[in-house]
Design a protein around this ligand. Structure first.
Ligand code: ZN
Length: 81
């Protein structure tokens, strides 16, 4: 269900497992994650928010305003979009 390579541990840099998510606002979710590294096992809460649009929604909400990325080949998208 969740992309299990979404977030890295701030302490050891290993990937974390997503344990649960909670929608705070339409543009902010809290994600509880745990580090996969058995020597670390850091568990923490992170926030995820959209920062820019790459492809516009086909069902846009009037109260959501995200900046539009320039292009996939432009300077904004280089190195990981
Ligand atoms: Zn860790």
């Amino acid at each position: 269900m969740y992309n299990q390579r979404l977030i890295r541990c701030p302490h050891c840099g290993s990937y974390c497992n997503v344990l649960k998510t909670r929608l705070i606002t339409p543009v902010c979710s809290e994600v509880t994650v745990q580090c996969r590294n058995v020597d670390c096992l850091h568990r923490y809460v992170a926030q995820i928010s959209p920062v820019r649009t790459l492809v516009p929604s086909q069902r846009p909400r009037g109260d959501i305003h995200l900046p539009q990325a320039r292009t996939l080949s432009g300077p904004v998208a280089k190195g990981g979009v």
